[in-house]
Design a protein around this ligand. Structure first.
Ligand code: C5P
Length: 221
């Protein structure tokens, strides 16, 4: 199954209610909202239930601090963990060294899917968005990361550049005809997988669907 569902809810109670309601979902993403509310306990609970866990805390700090955070997270044995590629190669290498010998796949977040070309220019980044994503991904790959988080629009290019072994995960997924919300660069799940994504992350399209069980059946297996 190539779908990871984002548990973007404020409490562990709500999160576990979703996990019980959708037993067919085997991979769940714990993001900042839930991790700030519940901490490592929610991750341990999901792992105890046999779920795969994508811990999406997007670490971004100086290498020494990131290495310290990674030492704390190592024992959780999450399946995927995110860091911001823009933290730079030394920061990413510090995480890679700390996770050496574990089964956790470290993922570098390239450009957030909520950013568009205009915002990037406003932030002072001179490269076209796709070039910037490729630059960040190349450096993160060199640093030893296991894969990238990118928008569906960039996944084909990163697959070409990084090859078949890179784990490429795309958020920014919407079902056909849906509201985009705060996302700027979106695609349907099938488009993202066809373009080369290893997994898609889906949040609101599923958890806010009028019938989540029925929406699940529209997703790629
Ligand atoms: O609800 P929606 O499907 O838009 O949720 C997307 C999820 O993916 C959110 O949990 C968000 O934090 C995460 N994400 C993202 N863009 C990135 C990395 C992660 O939207 N570049």
């Amino acid at each position: 199954m190539s779908v990871i569902v984002a548990l973007d809810v404020p409490t562990g109670e709500e999160a576990l209610a979703w996990v019980a309601r959708l037993p067919q979902v085997t991979a769940w993403k714990v993001g900042l909202e839930l991790f700030c509310a519940e901490g490592p306990a929610i991750v341990r609970e999901l792992k105890m239930q046999g779920k795969r866990v994508f811990l999406d805390v997007k670490l971004h700090d100086i290498p020494n601090t990131v290495a310290g955070a990674c030492r704390q997270l190592r024992s959780l044995e999450v399946d995927w963990l995110t860091l911001h590629a823009s933290g730079g190669p030394a920061m990413l290498q510090a995480a890679v060294e700390t996770f050496a010998g574990t089964t956790t796949t470290l993922l570098a977040v390239t450009a957030l899917t909520s950013l568009d070309a205009e915002t990037l220019a406003h932030m002072g980044i001179g490269l076209p968005l796709a070039d910037w994503v490729e630059r960040l991904a190349g450096q993160a790959w060199q640093a030893g990361m296991g894969g990238m988080v990118c928008a569906p629009q960039e996944v084909a290019r990163l697959r070409r550049v990084l090859g078949p072994t890179a784990c490429l995960i795309t958020p920014g997924i919407r079902l056909p005809g849906e509201d985009w919300g705060d996302q700027q660069r979106v695609a349907t799940p099938h488009q993202a997988i066809a373009a080369g994504a290893s997994y898609v992350v889906i949040g609101r399209s599923l958890l806010q669907a009028p019938d989540p069980e029925q929406a699940w059946h529209q997703l790629p297996t």
